[in-house]
Design a protein around this ligand. Sequence first.
Ligand code: ADP
Ligand code: MG
Length: 348
Amino acid sequence: MQKPSSQSEFEIIRRYFSRSGLAFERNGVALGIGDDAALLDLPEGKSLAMSMDVLVSDVHFPASADPRLIAHRALAVNLSDLAAMGAEPLCFTLGLVLPSSDEAWLREFSEGFLPLAEQYNCPLIGGDISRGPLSISIQVQGLCDKSKAVLRSGASVGDKIYTSGTLGDGGIALLILDLGSHLGDTFKLNEAKPSAACQQFFEEAYYKPKPRVELGIAAGKLMTSCIDISDGLYGDLNHILNASGVAAQLNLAKLPFSASARSCVDDDNRIQAALYGGDDYELCFTVPADKCAELEQVAGQLDISVTCIGEIVAKSGMSNGISYIGDNALIEKVEPLSFQHFNSTAAD
Ligand code: ADP
Ligand code: MG
């Protein structure tokens, strides 16, 4: 097995990971980097939530991207999975495959984790390094109250469907940043070149998605199901529907969009980006009708926008999955695309 030489491997770990400020102390982490394994002490009544994402260069991010942004995104998308379970971040581990040990790259890369690691009190507790084509595996660990995690399987008929934040920005960013949009040739911007402000907005949206950790923790008890939107609302909501054995009615007119998405992309394309684009990392969740007011109040206190976009309905005959209400002209354009996108698998 090829590895960087031991000297440089230990030096890399020491300089960029164990001594970089990322491996800070935290309650519950009894032993961090430095031994054969880290040790975690779980508080009574808590379950350990774990989630992992592998990001491969030039598949999930351009190898030439700013290493700070690569690190930020890698941790953000993992924290988003904890958010979707209603879990509180505890710590993370890092598996790093590197083509060479480029000092400047490593420094910036390790610094890129700091803002989110500190914000969510989520230190680095271990990992591994090997030589090969650049790829980054992060595993996050989190805590949730025993038997209180928010699963995909709890949605019931009559529950309202919500999303946090705005949708479609991740999908539009893939096109604007030329990262391989899978939305097809008809998916276009209004103008060939977006304004500098839009360019910057979508770059942030892609590399710095906001994991909705606070919302998952504070409002998880009001949710009957939850998922984070990594593949697009259509596919991810369908995961909830399949796990819960129900169907959904979505109101296309209610989908929330950013001002930048509204200015750069027309109506149909924006809806396509929301439904099939992915990379939004907002939470899609269901709430019983009598808990919606409380949910909206909790989200308001956190200053996180939430929008009711539809309702869970019974599965009936052939029409399972998602049906649409709202503007008929839009529905006629959007509905056939579901079939087109249903079997398309983005790299995830
Ligand atoms: P082992 O040979 O037992 O796997 P390593 O030499 O790979 O040990 O790692 C030594 C210590 O450094 C371990 O505690 C490990 O978790 C930590 N470590 C290795 N790589 C990383 C990394 N990329 N980030 C953080 N910690 C790391
Ligand atoms: Mg090792």
